[in-house]
Write a protein that binds this ligand. Structure first.
Ligand SMILES: C[S@@+](CC[C@H](N)C(=O)[O-])C[C@H]1O[C@@H](n2cnc3c(N)ncnc32)[C@H](O)[C@@H]1O
Length: 292
């Protein structure tokens, strides 16, 4: 049985304020083109990359699964005119996202609810886009997550998902060697479970979606860890007040662990784009969202 101390909702309720200091307003990795960008520029670049993958356009209805504190939803509504329903299992996240959207003047276009991405409860075919930005690694029931994403997509709708991925199979000795580092990551980031990007593609196809592209973003996300470590040092006192000395030290160590796992080819970052065919029962290539 899962250890309840790693329950995703409780984990995010506990870390949300500290994450604002360490990760910034966007609770996700940065996408660095030159490596000289600020963390805020790079996290925005990842959101923009997802915007392109999801073919976001005015008036589309987006389900944002694992919406964090609502920064991506504000971009989708304010800058692209989309309508967003953001869900997270964290009540603290819903409160923060709602406040952020109101402050940004997009409260009428974005709403946030406590719901589980693996059992979202929305009617079939009720969204034009499903957006999963770095939350899937926290949902062990990966098949249920993708099934739910596919179920709520309208014909022609697009799924865009990006996340930390496993880049090579782990041998038994790898698992033994990595036990300590992975336990550390679990303490810091919650009950993360990574899959190869190809596994996401298989699941999408199993649930009737057509995969349009898989993109490896490992190298471009690598500078994120140095920025997080800088933030930990810059906001040391505040983070210690929120997470304790040990929590601060674990966060800093986890950045080094992640750099090692990125560099030795174990973990990385990937993006999947897929769509639901316009007419049920038709093969790949039908019903592209851009009508092509
Ligand atoms: C790394 S944060 C990403 C947040 C946001 N997408 C962003 O980019 O700023 C992961 C998010 O997934 C949420 N989450 C974790 N498990 C979830 C689940 N089963 N259903 C919905 N959201 C979940 C967390 O509460 C958190 O909001």
């Amino acid at each position: 049985m899962a250890d309840p101390s790693y329950d995703a909702a409780r984990h995010y309720d506990r870390v949300t304020r500290a994450w604002g200091l360490l990760l910034g307003d966007d609770l996700h990795y940065g996408l660095f083109a030159t490596g000289t960008e600020t963390l805020a520029e790079a996290t925005r670049a990842l959101t923009d990359r997802m915007v392109r993958a999801a073919a976001i356009e005015p008036d589309v209805e987006v389900l944002d699964v694992g919406c964090g504190t609502g920064t991506p939803a504000c971009v989708l509504t304010r800058d692209h005119g989309a309508r967003v329903t953001g869900i997270t299992t964290s009540p603290v996240g819903v409160e923060a996202a709602t406040a952020r959207a109101v402050a940004a003047g997009v409260g009428g276009l974005a709403r946030f609810e406590v719901r589980d991405g693996t059992d979202n409860g929305y009617p079939d075919a009720s969204f034009d886009r499903v957006w999963v930005l770095e939350s899937s690694h926290l949902m062990r029931a990966r098949g249920r997550l993708i099934a739910e994403c596919a179920r709520v997509l309208r014909p022609g709708g697009v799924l865009a998902l990006c996340d930390i991925v496993l880049r090579r199979p782990l041998s038994f000795s790898d698992v033994r060697r990595l036990r300590e580092p992975l336990t550390l990551l679990r303490h810091v980031f919650g009950d993360a479970h990574m899959e190869p990007l190809g596994r996401y593609a298989e699941l999408a196809e199993e649930h009737g979606l057509v995969v349009d592209g898989l993109t490896d973003l490992t190298a471009a996300t690598r500078p994120t860890f140095a920025r997080w470590r800088d933030n930990a040092r810059r906001h040391g006192d505040e983070v210690v007040a929120l997470l304790g000395e040990a929590g601060w030290a674990r966060f800093v160590d986890s950045c080094t662990v992640l750099e090692g796992l990125w560099d030795d080819g174990t973990l990385g970052y990937g993006l999947l784009a897929a769509h639901r065919g316009a007419r049920e029962g038709h093969g790949p290539g039908d019903g592209r969202p851009d009508g092509s």
